[in-house]
Design a protein around this ligand. Structure first.
Ligand SMILES: Nc1nc2[nH]cnc2c(=O)[nH]1
Length: 167
């Protein structure tokens, strides 16, 4: 479980903070349309922004996590070179499946708001909801190229978007 201490929001560069807040608004949009409350964006070196929302419920797809959907969309829209210079921002730390997708896409930088340990604490109030406790840093550490990871970042809305959802 991640014991990385949270960063204050003002420790981030304003551009990173803006994209992270965008990811959290997408988590809210996913929840509002009936999906699980997760959202993410990829930002390419030229500023192109690709969005991803969780679609587990509306597409009846257990692998429809925000980041996995996003990596597919980004790979379709961006060149390999652009992916290799991109940053992925996500409302919650990527799970092991999504971390694998990010790694295989060659994305070298990830910024997340809510930590996996905090998500598990929220979700575990509910019996029967499965979690996968494997911090993204541990998965990336097994890879053959470095991925910079920044997070968790203290943004109250990142936790608030889960309020009352997992009950
Ligand atoms: N980061 C993240 N964690 C999840 N856990 C369950 N679904 C998701 C998702 O879409 N994104």
């Amino acid at each position: 479980m991640s014991l990385t201490p949270p960063l204050p929001a003002d420790a981030l560069a304003p551009v990173d903070l803006g994209h992270l807040e965008h990811a959290i608004t997408l988590a809210r949009a996913a929840r509002d349309r009936g999906d699980h409350p997760f959202g993410a964006v990829v930002v390419a070196p030229d500023g192109t922004v690709v969005e991803g929302l969780n679609s587990v419920v509306t597409q009846d797809d257990p692998t429809g996590h925000a980041e996995t959907n996003l990596v597919r969309a980004a790979a379709a829209r961006l060149t390999t070179e652009a992916l290799r210079g991109a940053t992925l921002y996500t409302s919650t730390e990527p799970c092991a499946m999504c971390t694998g997708a990010i790694y295989w896409a060659g994305i070298p930088r990830v910024v997340y708001a809510l930590g996996e340990d905090e998500l598990i604490r929220i979700v575990q109030a509910q019996e029967g909801i499965p979690t996968l406790a494997l911090p993204c840093r541990e998965v990336f550490a097994r890879g053959g190229r470095p991925v910079e990871v920044i997070g968790p970042v203290l943004l109250p809305e990142a936790a608030a978007v889960h309020d009352g959802f997992w009950i």
